[in-house]
Write a protein that binds this ligand. Structure first.
Ligand code: HEM
Length: 452
């Protein structure tokens, strides 16, 4: 590679700074080094970092065969060899073709009422007046959405079992990140150590999913859950997915879809409680929809959508996406050979002064007055790997947020200034704490209340 732009040096230093202050660090680097810049990957090789709409477009609009997922080996160690997140080329395109229809437009309607009902069930269990952590609470709703709507599990004891298995897996995950990044640390050590623990929890979830697949195959019915749709899905040559391929996709949907949506909702509640005018405008919009608005009506509410978009702009759960070049390509004006790694810095795009005046301000109105190109607003990534669950995630965000705000008043207990840190996602440096109070105003009398 010749004439690469400069940038910060030292893999550990770069990552330490990004973990401590992902937004401040990214913006400081852009002023210091410009866009594009480079920083080192784990092996010390430079990755090109881009964030301007033109730079992003030059990568994400490239022909299908030009790029593949970065970090494939590391993600496969966790998600499986046939996960859509790690496949490339024709196998990736074929898997996406099977996975995409269950998540699209019309199909979402089937899930709307269930998402609202599940949210109400969880809201009823919130003890009025007592402190709770919204992220744990929303994670509970999100997990049940995945278990019931995606895995198709309905029997209460099976739901409880898989939720416990997933909770174990989530606990094991943070400690397994280092061995996931550094393959020679992946030792099972007679069942001890973070990697062994992670593998054991993965096997337990896979075992559960295998039983569910066998059960679904033995009793095929007209089910709307995504597991049933995956079992019925056929490639162009008429072949279906093997059990292992289905298990890998279900792991991927759980990994990609659960905590991302929950973290975004956690931030949405936070911003609304910090900005009472936006909260009041949203509540007004929702209550004007009349008693018991349908999920479809809620999903079309413009300010609700703007609040979700603005939250995803300011706190995109993933600050960046990566691609590896399979063929030479010029990205952001820099000619790169095959094998190069490129990071799209979503934060650079979302905090661009020209695109978003006063970018650090929570201002949902900006999404009502202007539309943004896929290279200016990309919390779900883009190109041929854009998030498959984007429509589902946005729909879930809108319905959970609307249902909660129609029935509960939240009081933010956390008074200290919140710093954003990068862990699994962009998250607050301490867990937020809130207190729920049942809503009592006239607009809500028509609805089930928390006490019902
Ligand atoms: C707010 C919630 C979510 C956010 C912010 C989010 C974001 C993303 C991002 C940034 C990517 C990488 C895209 C790229 O490389 O260009 C991605 C990929 C993916 N997401 Fe999501 N996601 C969310 C929810 C979901 C949900 C609910 C599901 C499904 C249940 C899901 C399934 C996937 C899958 C399967 C991929 C891999 C696509 C591929 O490689 O072809 N995501 N997501």
């Amino acid at each position: 590679m010749s004439a690469l732009p400069s940038g910060p040096r030292g893999f550990l230093r770069v990552n330490w700074q990004l973990m401590r202050d992902p937004i401040g660090t990214a913006l400081r680097w852009r002023s210091q080094y410009g866009d594009p810049m480079t920083y080192p990957d784990l092996e010390g090789k430079p990755c090109l970092v881009v964030g301007s709409p033109e730079g992003i477009s030059s990568l994400l609009s490239a022909p299908l065969e030009a790029t593949e997922q970065a970090l494939v080996e590391r993600l496969s160690a966790f998600l499986g060899e046939s996960s859509v997140l790690t496949l490339s080329g024709p196998r990736h395109a074929a898997m996406r073709k099977l996975l995409t229809p269950p998540f699209h437009g019309q199909r979402m309607r089937v899930y709307g009422k269930q998402i609202c009902d599940l949210t109400m069930d969880h809201a009823r269990k919130l003890p009025p007046g007592l402190k709770f952590k919204p992220l744990d609470f929303i994670n509970g709703i999100g997990l049940e959405v995945i278990v019931r709507l995606i895995f198709g599990v309905t029997a209460p004891e099976r739901v409880a079992l898989v939720e416990a298995l997933v909770a174990d897996m989530r606990k094991a995950f943070p400690r397994a990140i280092i061995p996931m990044l550094i393959p020679w640390l992946r030792r099972e050590l007679w069942g001890f150590g973070p990697w062994a623990r992670m593998q054991a929890t993965l096997r337990a979830v896979s075992g559960f999913l295998k039983e569910e697949i066998a059960n679904h195959r033995a009793h095929p019915t007209e089910q709307s859950d995504i597991l049933s749709l995956l079992i019925a899905a056929r490639h162009e040559d008429g072949s279906g997915l093997t059990d292992q391929e289905i298990i890998d996709q279900l792991h991927t949907l759980l990994f990609a879809g659960h905590s991302t949506t929950a973290m975004a909702l956690n931030w949405a509640l936070y911003f609304l409680l910090k900005e009472p005018q936006s909260l009041a405008r949203l509540r007004k919009e929702l209550t004007e929809l009349g008693p018991n608005p349908s999920p479809e009506l809620l999903a079309k509410a413009p300010f609700l959508e703007a609040v979700c978009h603005e939250t995803l702009r300011l706190r995109s759960p993933l600050g960046g996406i990566g691609r590896k070049l399979r063929t030479p390509l010029t990205v952001a004006g820099v000619p790169l050979p095959a094998g190069s790694t490129i990071i799209v810095n979503i934060l650079w795009a979302h905090y661009h002064h020209d695109t978003y005046p006063q970018p650090e301000q929570f201002s949902p109105e900006r999404f009502l007055t202007r539309s943004y190109s896929p290279f200016e607003f990309l919390p779900f990534g883009g190109g041929n790997r854009r998030c498959i669950g984007a429509a589902f995630a946005l729909y879930e965000m809108k319905l959970v947020l609307a249902t909660l705000l129609l029935h509960v008043d939240f009081e933010l207990l956390t008074t200290q200034p919140i710093r954003v840190v990068q862990r699994e996602f962009l998250q607050p440096h301490v867990p937020l704490e809130m207190v729920p109070h049942p809503r009592t105003d006239t607009a809500v009398r028509h609805h089930d209340t928390l006490r019902s």
